[in-house]
Ligand binder design. Structure first.
Ligand code: SF4
Ligand code: SF4
Length: 115
């Protein structure tokens, strides 16, 4: 299981969650952040600090945002535009740094209004 970042993060990306993660598994795309499903240790530290309540335990993702479970995973498993290969498991977001790529569902979204 893993934690998942859903729609409310898109075009917000304030990175409050990144500071809390003990295993540095929250990666930055162009319009959203993404939790690595295999690197996440399910500690839950990120969930309460998100100002827009974008983070959910996988089992608790609201029905309307369930596609974000797969979209978070595809950020790592797919060869996204702007990349030569899938990211795989980089083992740390800080050393990778921000990326410009987004998973397919996030890429398909219209610009989101700021909260
Ligand atoms: S649940 Fe814990 S390990 Fe997983 S992304 Fe959040 S802070 Fe990181
Ligand atoms: S704290 Fe919430 S809005 Fe901010 S980057 Fe993390 S998931 Fe996105």
């Amino acid at each position: 299981m893993t934690y998942v970042i859903a729609l409310p993060c898109v075009d917000v990306m304030d990175r409050a969650c990144v500071e809390e993660c003990p295993v540095d598994c929250i990666y930055e795309g162009g319009r959203s952040l993404y939790i690595h499903p295999d690197e996440c240790v399910d500690c839950g530290a990120c969930e309460p600090v998100c100002p827009v309540e974008a983070i959910f335990y996988e089992d608790d993702v609201p029905d309307e945002w369930e596609p974000y479970i797969n979209d978070n995973a595809e950020f790592f498993t797919e060869t996204l535009p702007g990349r030569d290969a899938p990211l795989g498991s980089p083992g740390g977001a800080a050393k990778l740094g921000p990326t410009e790529s987004d998973a397919p569902l996030v890429t398909s979204l219209e610009p989101q209004a700021q909260p």
